[in-house]
Design a protein. Structure first.
Length: 377
């Protein structure tokens, strides 16, 4: 089996890289080599020897390590497995090298053993945290560190989504990898808007979190002229600023040359409903994202003034609503647009599947033209 031979100190870095690129072979582990290097097992999709992706590191052929456990529960004792099988975690979430898991009360006394078993099984994970539920105004997760590979309990980590990197911190800022398809859809709609306007776009993302939607948009060559992004949570704004600076500095044009920095490049820590009180933010954006799912529809009247008037513009948002209210909520979105002086070219209101059985997680997309305000109004 092909292995990547790397200096021991770089093992974590290369494990993470191979994991995020999906090049890691499964059901086997890292082998120590006689020259002090570590050998990381690769699957068939990994690039060949000499590829630039390997940064000069060699590939070596080694027998795969004997069959290793294929599931973390196999590292628990048979007694524990027998008596607690039904209560052990069935799923977990990873954000970069941090793993977040809900632990039932009935097996809480085994939490550290469970975490150690997970660390043993999952070489690219550094920290295991118990998820104690969401708390506070910003609905961030209360995390309790259970086990750490290197002693650090730092929850800031970097993830790769659709090809771009983002710094995240599950203990301080909301982020959900499950919405990455929505970001891809946002990108597709933004490309259509660019075509219609025949120029790059200005985007407003006032509930940006760490900036995953901006990641998708800024990574597309020649799509974005500039942005106004923000969040009410100061911790989110700190990561947002870091992510946007990183994304902005690495932009390329369609022909692969360095692209100019986005302008404007506003990052604001403020209540989104107050953005309309800043004249430079009003009538300024071609694309508006509204992602505060419990309040998106209620907030709309405060946000629509951010869209540029007298042209086609695009509103995309997400809302969690009672199933029975789908028609009335759609009506509320339409009414907010009309009250803002808008003409609706199209309004889609569709469920994003797989979120909740009791409520609907909806995406709305409206193509609108807001009338130019008369001087007297
Ligand atoms: C559901 S999260 C979406 C974050 C991000 N757009 C994403 O997709 O990961 C909503 C975000 O809105 C922020 N938020 C809550 N109330 C806000 C307000 N009134 N104004 C601006 N941001 C707010 C929260 O801190 C949170 O980061």
């Amino acid at each position: 089996m092909r292995h990547l031979s790397v200096p021991s100190a770089q093992t974590q870095h290369w494990l993470e890289r191979c994991r995020s690129e999906k090049w890691l072979a499964e059901h086997t582990g890292v082998t120590s080599l006689s020259d002090g290097n570590k050998a990381i097992p690769l699957n068939q999709t990994a690039p060949p020897e000499g590829d630039a992706a390997w940064d000069g590191n060699a590939l070596v052929d080694l027998a795969a390590k004997g069959k290793t456990p294929s599931h973390w529960t196999e590292h628990l004792s048979p007694e524990i497995l027998k008596s607690h099988k039904d209560d052990l975690p069935k799923a977990y979430e990873t954000q970069g090298d941090v793993l977040i898991v809900k632990i039932e009360e009935s097996v809480w006394h085994l939490a550290e053993l469970i975490a150690d078993a997970m660390l043993t099984q999952l070489p690219s994970i550094r920290l295991i945290c118990a998820d104690l539920g969401v708390h506070g105004d910003f609905r961030v997760r209360n995390l309790e560190p259970l086990a750490s590979r290197d002693g650090s309990t730092e929850t800031v980590t970097r993830i790769k989504e659709n090809g771009y990197f983002l710094w995240v911190d599950a203990s301080k800022v909301y982020f959900s990898a499950r919405l990455s398809n929505e970001r891809t859809e946002t990108l597709e709609s933004a490309k259509k808007l660019k075509q219609r306007l025949a120029r790059p776009l200005i985007v407003a993302d006032p509930y940006a979190g760490v900036g995953p939607s901006m990641g998708a948009l800024l990574s597309e060559p020649d799509l974005i002229e500039g942005y106004h992004a923000g969040d009410l949570n100061p911790d989110a704004v700190e990561l947002l600023q870091t992510n946007l600076t990183f994304l902005g500095n690495r932009r390329k044009t369609e022909v692969g040359e360095p692209a100019p920095a986005p302008a404007p490049s506003t990052v604001i820590c403020a209540d989104a409903t107050q953005w309309k009180t800043h004249s430079h933010l009003c009538n300024s954006s071609d694309l508006l994202l509204v992602n505060l799912p419990h309040d998106s529809v209620e907030h709309l009247p405060h946000l629509l003034p951010l869209l540029r008037r007298g042209q086609i513009s695009l509103l995309r948002g997400w809302a969690i609503i009672e199933r029975v209210n789908e028609a009335s909520e759609k009506q509320k979105i339409a009414a907010a647009i009309i009250d803002a002086g808008g003409t609706i070219e199209s309004l889609e209101f569709e469920e994003v599947k797989g979120f909740s059985a009791s409520k609907s997680f909806m995406c709305f997309e409206a193509w609108v033209v807001l009338a130019v305000e008369s001087l007297s109004s």
